[in-house]
Ligand binder design. Sequence first.
Ligand code: SF4
Ligand code: SF4
Length: 413
Amino acid sequence: MNSHALIEAADRCVLCGLCSSHCPTYKLFREEGESPRGRVMMSVALLRGEMEPSKRLVAHLDHCLLCRACEKSCPSGVPYGEILDGAHAMLPSPAGAAYWLEQIALRPRLVALLADGAALWRRLRLPLTALGRAATSRLPKAGRVSSHYPAVGKKLGKVGLFLGCVAGPFDRQTHRDAATLLSRLGYEVTVPQGQQCCGALPQHHGNPERAKQLNRMNQEAFGGQQLDAIIFTSSGCGVQLVEKGDLPAPAMEICQFLLQSPGLDRLLFSPLPQQITLHHPCSLGNVLRGNRAVEALLERIPKIKITLLGPDGGCCGAAGSHRLREPETADLLRQPKVESLLAAESTMLLSTNYGCALHLAEGIEKMGATVEVVHPVTLLVRQLDSRPSIRCRGSIASVVRGNDEVTGNNEAT
Ligand code: SF4
Ligand code: SF4
């Protein structure tokens, strides 16, 4: 949208303030400048040229997590994310750690080298920070993600697998597990080598032209292959692909894709009589609306008991480069979640967003606790039952939401 269209869209805001009670930064700071309504007004003033980008204004806009809980709750349909991106394009580019994250993320060979170096560092048992341990935990010893996985059994179609700039080299375990599930379902999986960052970092850092350039490279990488879908495993990247990608095939979150696949009953899972906690990233819940798909997929594991990460489902504080720009706020937002996880006494935490998973894993370590943090597809692969048929009639999976328990019969026949 151009400035004129953004101002028109922002005019839909009737200043009702309903969004504020959903906004994590407003709940923390109780200031109008830290509320969605305040930020929409500041963005419009900037776009109209009525306000200068003062230090205070820039700080209020920079504190936004872009979690889009406000957008989901807005009765007037104000496209908050678009408006904030438009305002950021008028501000100076971020400096410091956020700047360096973007510079590194846009250099795939450098990220791959860093991942290899980190894997070696871990193998040599050299000291790592809590974040370093979390980041290296998903580098499987068996090596890289292949460029091609053939369909197992009757072929249902062909999909592309999107990796992401940092998650590509670092979150190899998740990508390999995603490819395993897809191929076992009957999909041929291609992982184009020319693919790039989704563009979310430059998009939210006020550089939409750079984001478009990356998008064109991804269009080319996934083009000419007759794909049924382009699958992503990290929902934060997925939002950018879904909203801005215009890719040669529909971009789909892995769990949403698996759940709607006609071959899903081919996948049978061994029982897991354990308490698991599930984190729903803002990108998945507020934008992609995929929470239920992840839950429904996990409910296919007999006897699993799932608790949603508390206390209120709001942002964990990771939020793209927010964790680097505002580490204190990020820690404040994370702390109650880690406490709620530890109180639930779960053996594992699942999250569909790589950045959130790292941030939460770091918080768990800092509390001196040990809870494994993995993507839901990793748990699904661990529970995959290779036998041709298994009967688990009567096993019940349950998802606990606050005080309500929703049970689902997940019979496997
Ligand atoms: S953004 Fe939406 S919910 Fe928030 S004040 Fe404006 S109209 Fe109300
Ligand atoms: S995107 Fe999230 S942090 Fe930003 S204003 Fe909306 S609710 Fe608040």
